[in-house]
Design a protein around this ligand. Structure first.
Ligand code: SF4
Length: 199
């Protein structure tokens, strides 16, 4: 029998009022963070942001995207503590070796999720936060179930709980494009890695 698909955003909604610790939100970029932050602000009191995306193809693009996140955090009035990790592209290239030619959404992306979410779990431990969430599920190109399974595996035995989400649900992606226009946020035309550029 085929298992019915879970609505991960509904799962998150049920869990948020029960949280008894801080949340670390892994932010892939400012555009994806827009509607997530708008949604989470009234629901989560204690949260920090973490920008760790070694998949991004150049240092210039990395810090441009990080800068846009900082701008969103300020002009959106969020002012959450934000950590921008050092740019470590070799971590990504080593992890996806042999998968360079996979199409977007394939095996290379699964590894890309794993390294970013594993780093987010480590950062949550460092900050003493109990929960991790990622903005990646806003994108219509990202599989929320895969993100959740990957995040849970990364958090296994860590003492950190990876929360389900599917922020694209309920118009989350469309809302992200509206907020970007409103705040003049740079919306990049490719996911991040050089292998997906132009695809
Ligand atoms: S397409 Fe995006 S998710 Fe996939 S490997 Fe490249 S940067 Fe990562």
């Amino acid at each position: 029998m085929i298992k019915p698909k879970q609505n991960l955003q509904k799962e998150l909604e049920k869990m948020l009022p029960t949280l008894d610790g801080g949340v670390l939100l892994h932010c892939c970029c400012a555009p994806c963070s827009t509607s997530c932050l708008e949604y989470l602000k009234p629901k989560v009191k204690d949260m920090s942001l973490y920008f760790y995306n070694p998949n991004i193809d150049t240092e210039e693009e990395y810090f441009r995207r990080a800068g846009e996140l900082k701008k969103l955090n300020e002009i959106g009035g969020y002012n959450y503590p934000l950590t921008v990790a050092d740019y470590e592209p070799q971590t990504f290239y080593d992890a996806v070796k042999g998968l360079e030619n996979c199409p977007e959404g394939g095996a290379r992306c699964a590894v890309c999720f794993r390294i970013r979410l594993a780093a987010a779990v480590e950062q949550a431990k460092k900050e003493g936060r109990k929960y991790v969430l990622t903005t990646l599920s806003v994108s219509p190109h990202k599989n929320a179930e895969l993100l959740f399974e990957t995040g849970k595996a990364a958090a296994k035995d860590s003492g950190v709980i990876f929360l389900p989400s599917d922020f694209k649900k309920g118009g989350g992606f469309i809302r992200s494009t509206q907020i970007c226009r409103e705040y003049g946020i740079y919306r990049q035309s490719y996911c991040g890695c050089r292998f997906a550029k132009g695809s």
